[in-house]
Every structure is written in structure tokens, then in C-alpha cells.
Design a protein around this ligand. Structure first.
Ligand code: PEP
Ligand code: MG
Length: 592
């Protein structure tokens, strides 16, 4: 729905340790005692009392663990062993003796004495080289937390009570936490601390649950029931995402589920048909952390860098340097050979919670993208300067979203020209021949494609918006989602018109909307003779395989047939049937 969110979108970055993409509401586990108090015990009676309190907290902790163990439904699994190990710590003579000695000799409360004992263990564990053994300090810390809880008498949430499907957010997950969870309810784990060998990581991997650790502040940034999306590969977590982002992550999830290891073996091969028609395949990214995944899945370039997230969770606009470092890091690695940076597409439904953007009645058609840039020139210039500076480090293109007519791109070109002159006068290296392209996503731009093609070096068709505007269907409104059809004959004709106009003018035409990554559409897009496709990284291997196993000739025949139809309900079944027969392993019809 075109909902306006009161909650601010924030982005957190951690270490993606268990792959997979999930979205959903979170459950924050807050059973850690953050602050330990220190009391001086004035006389022997108080000290004796404190030792008794400590002993009874030990007893209660042992009993609690024994109860948990009884309830575990996998007596042969790792769970009972972990519980036994924790009980062993609770019964460990050295551990008990040292803590009691602190209470007695220093006249301090049990909590503080325990803190001292655990610090000593932490020091010892710090010296251990083996990363797995080193991490086992967490077991001791977890046991100590349990004793703390019993000492304080405060009741904490029981993880075993979680009944809804949720993403678990915690400072760290202890073995005892995880063995109590109903794993079928856990969609993902996101934690403040942890690394590649931490307990959360090991458990998440073995259960095949996506996880991001080392997020540092997630427990303080989210509340139970907040919505987040997380990518267990790139380590990106988006809190309170806007509807478009949520939808994009749903698509990513679909591609992730359909992805098979086997497809990766030749993902790096070029996308060339059997009769030698070649299409450039790039990745759509939003964060530089997605680049390793883009490369792994066979992209050698970035066809769309959505730069909007640079503006999220910032009190102020990003500086030129912040922009520049991002773009440079995309382009300077040796595996990404080219990158198309899209200037920001803010406004509309994107980050409407940003107070700088006034609430609009009809945001998708409001002051967004290039319109916003032309109004807020200073921030546009900052971004253009950064892209131009990055262009000195590798093959970079600038792409302008939401162009609706020739005057807009002429205005943009004037600004780019001025920015270039300014940088040259400052003796800052840039690629003066940097390619400039526009997204074709507004129907008026399709109608004017011949004239627009004379102004720029390339087009990239943004089907997500083009379909929305051409068919008058809000792309994030689930009530009209059934009308959102990439294979509507009008959409196919619009796409064809853009490609033909671009080619007549001698410029390249690519596509970067979701349609580009839909394997059922691949042969149609091939038949249309697109020069490039850019898509979410996980979609790349499948699409490349289809291209490599096709011929341009058959793709054109399929297209010719499809273009004869006048109804979506003729086109869609026809394409589905054709593709599922031709590529049964890559195009599986989902009869939901
Ligand atoms: C599109 O509109 O197709 C596109 C790729 O851009 P976005 O989804 O960011 O609007
Ligand atoms: Mg768009």
C-alpha cells in the first residue's frame, strides 16, 4: 500500500554469516543485565548473607537448566550437551571458590564478585589463538548472566514462549537461548556482537537460518514488532523499510530460494547466445556490501547502483567525500569492470518518512528523482561531483531517473557540464567522456525516445515504474497487484518502441527493472535485442544460462508470435508454456 511510515528507516551493516534473505517482524531478546552495581558490605553478617544468596542463585540456575534440558525434544542432539556444559560451569569448584573469595575478602556484593571472576576468565580466553575455543567464553558469560538474573530476581522473556514467526534480535545468542527456541518460528538472527565463529553463526548455519552478526547497535535501534529486512550474505539490515524496499527484498528472497549451487559453476561465463548474440549482464545493488555476491553470481559490472540508501539514517545530507568513497569502492576493484551510478531517486514513496520531504498526496507522481534534484540543486551537484571524481578510477556512467521530457535532460546536461568545468579548474581528475544515460520509466519518455536518444549515450528501461505509470497501477499497492503485468501488450510495445528508437539513434538500450531478472521473460527480452540486462545478483546465473542455451533466431520468433497478441491473458500463458517446456530446469511454473 502507499502507506506513509511514521517510523524512520535505518540501515545497519554487520557481518553476513549465514546466507538468505528474510523480512518480518522482530522479537528483541533483552534478558541481559547491562549494568552491574557494586556494593560494599559493611559487616560479616551481610557477607554471610551474600554468600548464601550467591549459593541459592547457583542452585536456581542449575535447576532452571535442568528443566530446560527436560523439555528439549532432541535428547540425542547438541542441546543436552550444551546444557550439561553450562551446569558443569555452575558446579565448577574454582569458579565458585573464586567468587566467594571476592565476596569474603573484599566485602563486595555477589554480582560484583561474579563480574570479577568472569573478567579473569575473559583475560585468559583472550590469549587463546583458536577462534572456536576463544568464542567459548560466551558460554561462561551466558552462565554468569543466568546467575545475575536469579540474583536480581527480575523476570525476563522466555524465548521458548515465542509463537509467531519472527526474526530474533539479541545482543548475542547463547547456546542455551538457541536450544530453547522453536526453530521453525525463527526466520533469522540479527545480533549486536559476534563473528564468523560465534555461537549464533554456528547455529544459524547448521539450521540454514539467515543471520547477520556484529551489527553493534541493533538491540537499541529496534523494538519488538518492528519490521526489518535482512540479507545474510551482504550483512545489510534495513529497519522499518519503505514498501518498495520491502517488495524488492521479497523478489530477492524468491531468487535466493530458486538459486542452486550448480548454477554458480559457470555464472562467470558471458551471456552469449548459440548464434553469437551478446548481452551485457550487470547487477542491481543498493549497498557496496553486495558486490562480492554480485561477482559470485556472475556480474562483471553494476548496471544500477541505487544511491538512495546513502541518504538514509543521516541527520544531514551526505558529503561529497561520503558519496565519492562509495562510488570509488564500487568501481576500483578489479572484478567490477563498469558501474552505472544512478543519481538519487528520493521522494515519491522512497523514504517518505524523511522530514525534508514534505508529505505529498500523490508521491509517486510528486517531487521525486530528477525533479527533486533540479529543485535541490546543491545536493545534486555534490552527488555529480562525487560520481565524476569516481570516474577517474574506472568505467563509470551517470544515470538519471524519472526523465519525462527533453528539457529535463538538457537542464541536467547543463549542470553536469558546469560541474565538469569546475572540477577541471580545480585540477581534480575526472573522465571527461563519462557516459550519461537516462532511465526510461515514464511513458512520455517512451514517446520522446527518439529525441531523448540524441541527448544521451544510453537508455536503461525501468520497468518497475514504467509499468506503474503506463498501466496506472501503484507498484506497491497489493490490491491492484494482480494488474501489474510486465507482459501486458502495452508494456511490451512501449519497451519495443524504446529499444527501436535507441538503436535507430545508435545508442545502447538496457533494462534494469525487475522484469530483467525474470527467467520467463528472458527470451522475450532477447528477441527485443536489448543490449544489456541488470538485475538482482541472485537472478543472474539462471538468466545467463537461458541466454547461453538460446538462439537470437528462436527468441525473435517467440517475440513475433507474442507481439501478435492483444491481451495479457494470451501472452502470459503462451510465454509460460513456451519457457517451461524449453527450459524446464530454469522456468518452473508455480501453481499456487
Ligand atoms: C525501475 O523503476 O524499474 C527501477 C529499476 O528503479 P526503481 O525500482 O529504483 O524505481
Ligand atoms: Mg524507477
Amino acid at each position: 500500500m502507499t502507506a506513509h511510515f511514521a517510523k524512520r528507516t535505518i540501515v545497519l551493516k554487520g557481518i553476513g554469516v549465514s546466507p538468505g534473505i528474510v523480512s518480518g517482524s522482530v522479537y528483541v531478546i533483552t534478558h541481559r543485565i547491562a549494568r552491574i552495581s557494586r556494593h560494599k558490605l559493611s559487616d560479616k553478617a551481610l557477607i554471610r548473607e551474600e554468600i548464601i544468596k550467591f549459593s541459592s542463585a547457583l542452585e536456581s540456575s542449575i535447576k532452571e537448566l535442568a528443566d530446560i534440558k527436560d523439555k528439549l525434544n532432541d535428547p540425542e542432539g547438541i542441546g543436552p550437551l550444551i546444557i550439561d556444559a553450562h551446569i558443569m560451569i555452575l558446579k565448577d569448584e574454582g569458579f565458585i571458590r573464586n567468587t566467594i573469595a571476592h565476596i569474603e575478602n573484599e566485602g563486595i556484593n555477589a554480582q560484583w564478585a561474579l563480574e570479577k571472576t568472569v573478567s579473569r576468565y575473559q583475560e585468559i580466553f583472550k590469549k587463546i589463538e583458536d577462534p572456536y575455543l576463544k568464542e567459548r567464553i560466551r558460554d561462561i558469560e551466558d552462565v554468569v548472566q543466568r546467575i545475575f538474573r536469579h540474583l536480581s530476581g527480575i523476570k525476563y522473556d522466555k524465548i521458548s514462549d515465542i509463537e509467531e514467526e519472527t526474526i530474533i534480535v539479541a545482543r548475542d545468542l547463547s547456546p542455551a537461548d538457541t536450544i530453547q527456541m522453536k526453530v521453525e518460528k525463527v526466520l533469522g538472527f540479527a545480533t549486536d556482537i559476534g563473528g564468523k565463529t560465534s555461537h549464533t553463526t554456528i547455529v544459524a548455519r547448521s539450521l540454514g537460518i539467515p543471520a547477520v552478526v556484529g551489527l553493534e547497535t541493533i538491540t537499541s535501534e529496534v523494538r519488538t514488532d518492528d519490521i526489518i529486512v535482512m540479507d545474510g550474505t551482504s550483512g545489510v539490515v534495513i529497519v522499518n523499510p519503505d514498501q518498495e524496499t520491502l517488495k524488492r527484498y521479497e523478489d530477492k528472497k524468491r531468487h535466493h530460494l530458486a538459486m542452486e549451487e550448480d548454477l554458480l559453476s559457470d555464472a562467470f561465463l558471458p551471456a552469449v547466445t548459440k548464434d553469437n548474440y551478446s548481452i551485457g549482464v550487470g547487477a542491481n545493488i543498493e549497498f557496496i556490501e553486495e558486490i562480492p555476491s554480485a561477482v559470485l553470481h556472475g556480474a562483471n559490472g553494476v548496471g544500477l547502483f541505487r544511491t538512495e540508501f546513502l541518504y538514509v539514517n543521516k541527520e544531514r545530507l551526505p558529503t561529497e567525500e561520503e558519496h565519492f568513497l562509495q562510488y570509488k569502492s564500487v568501481i576500483e576493484g578489479d572484478q567490477i569492470k563498469w558501474a552505472t551510478i544512478r543519481t538519487f531517486d528520493l521522494g515519491g514513496d522512497k523514504f517518505i518518512s524523511d522530514p525534508r520531504l514534505a508529505e505529498e498526496m500523490n508521491p509517486a507522481m510528486g517531487l521525486r528523482a530528477v525533479r527533486y534534484c533540479l529543485r535541490e540543486r546543491q545536493s545534486f551537484i555534490i552527488q555529480l561531483r562525487a560520481i565524476l571524481r569516481a570516474s577517474a578510477y574506472g568505467n563509470t556512467g551517470i544515470m538519471i531517473p524519472m526523465i519525462s521530457g527533453v528539457e529535463e535532460i538538457k537542464e541536467v546536461k547543463k549542470i553536469i557540464h558546469e560541474v565538469k568545468q569546475q572540477l577541471i579548474s580545480e585540477r581534480i581528475p575526472i573522465n571527461q567522456q563519462i557516459k550519461l544515460g537516462i532511465m526510461i520509466e515514464v511513458p512520455s519518455a517512451v514517446m520522446m525516445a527518439d529525441a531523448l536518444a540524441r541527448e544521451v549515450d544510453f537508455f536503461s528501461i525501468g520497468t518497475n515504474d514504467l509499468i506503474q505509470y503506463a498501466l496506472a497501477i501503484d507498484r506497491v499497492n497489493e490490491h491492484v497487484a494482480y494488474l501489474y503485468r510486465p507482459c501486458h501488450p502495452a508494456v511490451l510495445r512501449l519497451i519495443k518502441q524504446v529499444i527501436d528508437a535507441g538503436h535507430r539513434a545508435g545508442i545502447k538500450v538496457a533494462m534494469c527493472g525487475e522484469m530483467a531478472g525474470d527467467p520467463f521473460c528472458t527470451m522475450i527480452l532477447l528477441g527485443l535485442e536489448l543490449d544489456g540486462l541488470s538485475m538482482t545478483p541472485l537472478a543472474i546465473p539462471r538468466v545467463k544460462r537461458i541466454i547461453r542455451e538460446s538462439t537470437l533466431k528462436e527468441a525473435k520468433e517467440l517475440l513475433a508470435q507474442v507481439m501478435n497478441f492483444t491481451r495479457t491473458d494470451e501472452i502470459e500463458p503462451y510465454i509460460k508454456k513456451y519457457m517451461s517446456r524449453r527450459f524446464p530446469q530454469y522456468c518452473v511454473i508455480n501453481h499456487e
